[in-house]
Design a protein around this ligand. Structure first.
Ligand SMILES: C[S@@+](CC[C@H](N)C(=O)[O-])C[C@H]1O[C@@H](n2cnc3c(N)ncnc32)[C@H](O)[C@@H]1O
Length: 271
């Protein structure tokens, strides 16, 4: 299901994306509950599907009293010199941690990775490893290019919404609505109780420097170039044409209010 590599170019993109997300949500913690939990002495933190590990590395640097762990289905070797313990693991099966062992668990941007039936399993694993009273922080991108005035949405954007990555996610058995329905998915995993939920816009206009449009469009163009070899077939075009289709959408979005919604949910495991 997952089609992105774990190499330097992708890790560079993930680092850029991390900057966009922390700026959009106001920091490493997206809600006061996570901010407070991270301040606890010896707070035990896990980053699931960590990728380049930028989030957990930043937590380890800004919270020197915390105990930091990270896992990913791929083998990640970027933690040398950081106070982060890494294990290779698949969240849709079993995480190699004891029940009730973490105060904070983050899982961010697994929409391209989990099959629709794996979402409940992954959330159950997160719930299992959370201590009672511990918090899960989840973030996913909605993927649909939106405009507050849909009437002005151009042909290129309509085409991209129909045949771009959301269609590939659906065709590959993933859940294209995982971001929109993140709260629902979490609510279906008792005893996780949602304490915060937000769907925040990030601009898809490269000249919009306020809503991170420049960074986001650079990130998006890089993402699509990495995905094109695997995803173009679902749009019935060549990888080159897939990239052109994306670039045409980005050109059309420039100077408009086109945006992508980022979903963020924080849930507490009932004590
Ligand atoms: C788009 S990256 C996001 C990385 C990181 N969470 C971030 O926000 O920068 C998705 C990551 O999830 C990992 N992944 C994919 N399937 C997974 C699974 N079943 N269990 C754990 N990690 C997985 C990938 O290897 C990749 O590193």
């Amino acid at each position: 299901m997952y089609s992105l590599p774990s190499h330097a170019l992708e890790f560079e993109r993930l680092d850029l994306q991390h900057g966009i997300l922390t700026s959009t949500f106001g920091g490493l913690a997206i809600a006061p509950e996570i901010r407070e939990a991270l301040q606890m002495p010896a707070c035990k933190v896990l980053d699931v599907g960590c990728g380049s590990g930028t989030w957990i590395k930043s937590v380890s640097l800004s919270h020197p009293h915390s105990e930091c762990h990270a896992c990913d289905v791929a083998s990640v070797d970027s933690f040398e010199g950081f106070r982060v313990s890494f294990r290779q693991a698949d969240v849709s099966h079993r995480l190699p941690y004891d029940d009730a062992s973490f105060d904070v668990v983050q899982m961010r941007f697994l929409i391209l990775a989990l099959r629709i039936e794996q979402w409940p399993a992954a959330l159950r694993e997160i719930k299992r490893v959370l201590k009672p009273g511990g918090y899960a922080q989840l973030l996913e991108p909605d993927g649909e290019i939106r405009s507050s005035n849909r009437v002005v949405m151009g042909d290129k954007t309509i085409l991209w919404n129909a045949y771009g990555p959301l269609e590939a996610i659906r065709a590959k058995g993933g859940d294209p609505n995982a971001a929109r329905d993140l709260g629902k998915l979490v609510s279906a995993t008792p005893p996780l109780d949602i304490v915060f939920e937000a769907h925040l816009p990030v601009s898809m206009s490269r000249s919009d420097t306020q809503l991170y449009g420049r960074a986001m469009t650079t990130n998006y163009a890089s993402l699509i170039r990495l995905l094109a070899p695997a995803y173009a077939q679902y749009a019935n075009v060549t990888p080159e044409a897939y990239v052109e289709m994306c670039d045409a959408m980005l050109d059309e979005s420039d100077g408009t209010d086109a945006h992508n919604l980022m979903a963020g949910v924080v849930a507490r495991r009932r004590a």
